[in-house]
Structures are given as structure tokens and as C-alpha cells.
Ligand binder design. Sequence first.
Ligand code: CA
Ligand code: CA
Length: 206
Amino acid sequence: MNIQSRLLTICLAAAALCTLAAASAQAAVVSTSYSNTTPVAICDLCTVTSVLNVSTHGRVLDIDALIDITHSYNNDLTISLSHGGTSVLLSNRQGGSGGANYTNTVFDDQAGVSIDAGWAYAPYTGSFRPQEALVAFLDRDVFGLWTLVVTDHEAGDNGSINRFGLGVVAEAAAEVPEPGSLALFGAALAGFTGVSRTARARTRVR
Ligand SMILES: [Ca+2]
Ligand SMILES: [Ca+2]
């Protein structure tokens, strides 16, 4: 039995004293946006990256990725998102003949149009489903590095990553009760067991 289960068990025995700890043991769902606006040049026949470093822990419930890329020939580009050893292909050599730029493009599994739909055109402003689903990151810890990987496969056109962003809905890790709360529980448990011992002692006297 883990510490939360133990505390909740104690709470059942001394409910009036346990409201604070029961509340602190509940996980919170939070939505957070992250953004890297440092420009990264996309050179011909290069692979370049833009990175976000998330410093908080939480279980991913939904994640969307935003990119803003200037490039004179999108069809040169493969774009993917990597985290914790998992890589998801967002867009692979899209743009047709002459399509340029990804202007504030959001990759969202819940979008109505896929980035590779025949009637999705550059500069892809708005929300699109990625070529591989972002669901691959669900239930992962949001903590750590998220890397946008852009590979340019053809000579003659280049560009820049202007912005890489993430929108994350995550279930925050349950808080560990503060020492004061644990002391309160200890006192409550000691009091509860003390009462039980006294009751047994009285029973024996009789
Ligand atoms: Ca989504
Ligand atoms: Ca190129």
C-alpha cells in the first residue's frame, strides 16, 4: 500500500482531521503553453532542431504542437516532434509544387483536416492533424526536452524556424503532504489507536 492509500485509509478512520491531506492528494489537471521564438536557420540539405525544456512533471492528457516556419519550398521538408525516445512525424514533404511556409500551423489530433489532405494548402495557417498521431505522447511525463526536428532534403531553397510551441494538458503529479500534515495524521492515528487501546483496557477490567 503506497503512502496515499495509507493516508486515505487513515482518513476513513478520522475523517474530520483529514480534509486538508485528502485535498492535497488529489491530482490537478492543468493546461500550459510553451514557446521557443529563437530563430533557427534551415540550410539546404541540413537537419536542424528547436528545443523546449519543460521543468514540471505531469502525465500528458493532450498535446498540440505549433510551428511557424519560413521556407520557400515546403516540399523540401520533413518535420517531426521528439520526446523521451518517441518521434512523431508531423509533416512529410508536403506543399506540392511551390507551396511555401508554415504560418502559425497547429498540429492537433482533433483537427478536422489532415496536413496531407489534397485540399490542405500552404501556408497551412490553422489546425491540422499530423501525419502520425500525437497520441503517441499520451500518458508520458511532460518533463524534459521536446525537440522539433526539421530536415531539408533538396538543394535550392532554404528558410527558418521562427517559432516552436506546445500546448499541453497534463495531470500534475499528486502532491506529497507537507510534514505538518503528516504530523497531524500521526497525531490523529496515535489518538485513534490510543482510544482503541483504552477501550480494550476498560473491557478487560470489566
Ligand atoms: Ca489536441
Ligand atoms: Ca532546400
